[in-house]
Ligand binder design. Structure first.
Ligand SMILES: *Cc1c(COP(=O)(O)O)cnc(C)c1O
Length: 364
């Protein structure tokens, strides 16, 4: 028997989450964001559940090629645009739309020889200060792009820094609106957090929304809201089994560094899952985990290939019992990846993306 760890990708959950985002932004089209190998789910596997999207947003040309190989003929948007001249040829060949966020990318376009003018998304830096033209430089960039024969159509784009938190989007949305009010072109503004949390403010202002994390069933504003508050379902389950059981007496310790000390007689289960599988090493004692669908906690340090869990709430558990590290148990109990991420001081995004190569993945 192979080592029992497994990542399951839930195609029906991807479909459900996409439909949720479509209904949240009823008059907008949806870019399903599938960068980073569909947030660790596998581009080909995720595509199956997300094919009802209006387009796909990603970063890597190789991922764009994989989508075209799946026979996706609809829009694909390169979210960071082109990195060098050569990429523009591939954009022409594969019909990719691309973001333009800096002067150098306009220079490349101006030098690009093509019969087919391209569709670009001009990005404003509305305050995040990563990519994009500052509001006061935006119109000049637009004017220059608009004069290029290489450009077919310009859409307008921004990305909010605080859609998931208390600051919100008002200031950045206002900066975008002030500068773009009389410019033609479609607009694209919202990630998952903006789409879910700022529906009213954005109504009628966005032609394309760009959800990523919500499609995979994680709440962008956890712990303020959980995935189930937003009616999102986990698209990835990480599961394994107990491969050992130990009976502890008071004073016995568990794992490297003897970080956990038993206070009472108790049973602990040893799970075939460790940090080399992508389970975060920063999860200390008390991280939630399901055994036979029953919620319990990890004890002691996460090691490379194993973690240990408290079996007190599941006395019937033993060798071979089902363990759900995150996602959905066989009987349907859900442990959100966001709760595990919080225990590790990080976010669901990082855990999904960090699923290790050695973990077999099965779409259902
Ligand atoms: C990754 C990304 C998104 C998706 O963000 P989520 O928080 O995962 O919804 C949207 N827009 C851009 C430009 C991105 O890079």
């Amino acid at each position: 028997m192979p080592r029992p760890i497994l990542a399951t990708i839930h195609t029906d959950a991807l479909r459900h989450n996409l439909a949720r985002m479509q209904s949240m932004a009823a008059d907008a089209r949806v870019w399903a964001i599938v960068k980073a190998n569909a947030y660790g789910h596998g581009l080909e596997r995720a595509f199956e559940g997300l094919r009802a999207a209006d387009g796909f947003g990603l970063l890597d040309l190789s991922e764009a090629q994989r989508l075209r190989a799946l026979d996706w003929r609809g829009p694909i948007l390169l979210l960071e645009g082109c990195f060098e001249m050569r990429d523009l040829e591939l954009c022409s060949r594969l019909g990719l739309w691309h973001v333009v966020h800096c002067t150098e990318q306009i220079d490349m376009l101006a030098a690009h020889k093509t019969q087919l003018p391209q569709r670009v998304f001009l990005k404003m830096n509305a305050g995040m200060n990563r990519l994009g033209f500052k509001p006061e430089r935006y119109r000049a960039a637009w004017t220059r792009l608009n004069a290029l024969p290489q450009v077919e159509e310009i859409s307008l784009m921004a990305h909010f820094s605080d859609a998931d938190g208390p600051v919100g989007i008002s200031v950045q949305l206002e900066a975008f609106e002030r500068v773009t009010r009389d410019l033609p072109g479609e607009r694209s503004l919202s990630n998952s957090a903006a789409t879910l949390r700022h529906v009213d403010q954005l109504a009628g202002r966005s032609d394309w929304v760009r959800p990523g994390i919500a499609l995979y069933g994680s709440a962008p504003d956890f712990p303020l809201h959980s995935a189930s508050d937003w009616d999102l379902q986990p698209a990835m389950t990480l599961s394994s089994r107990l491969i050992g059981v130990q009976e502890l007496l008071p004073g016995d310790t568990v794992g490297y560094g003897s970080q956990f000390v038993a206070e009472f007689p108790m049973r602990v289960g040893v799970v075939a899952c460790g940090y080399a599988d992508g389970y975060p090493r920063h999860c200390g004692t008390g991280t939630p985990v399901l055994v036979n669908g029953v919620r319990t906690r990890t004890v002691g340090r996460v090691s490379m290939d194993m973690i240990t869990v408290d079996l007190s709430p599941v006395p019937a558990a033993g060798m071979g019992s089902e363990v759900t590290l995150w996602g959905r148990s066989a009987a349907g109990a859900v442990l959100s990846i966001d709760e595990v991420a919080r225990a590790a001081g990080t976010v669901g995004y990082e855990l999904m993306c960090a699923l290790a190569q050695r973990v077999p993945v099965q779409p259902i």
